[in-house]
Unconditional design. Structure first.
Length: 87
């Protein structure tokens, strides 16, 4: 609680997602790339599904397991690339 998070719609999709056929795209990136806006999406979005949780004496780096990442995890397994190396 109190963590900075990207808002979700219906507890499902990122509030800033748009779909191009079957591909999920970030509306912030889609505006930044052609120069419509001059700031990139937040670092937390670049790192997703990795989340950093700060504790008193250390920061924990965790994989936030969601079913929306299943295809990427399957491909990573097939290619023998673990999440920690991919990110």
């Amino acid at each position: 609680m109190g963590d900075r998070e990207t808002p979700l719609t219906d507890e499902k999709d990122c509030a800033y997602v748009i779909f191009d056929v079957k591909t999920a795209l970030c509306v912030i990136e889609q505006a930044y790339n052609p120069g419509i806006i001059d700031w990139k999406k937040p670092v937390s979005c670049h790192l997703f599904p990795i989340r950093v949780k700060n504790f008193t004496e250390f920061a924990a780096v965790n994989y936030d397991k969601w079913d929306i990442c299943d295809d990427a995890c399957s491909l990573g397994k097939e290619l023998e690339v673990p999440v920690c190396e991919f990110v």
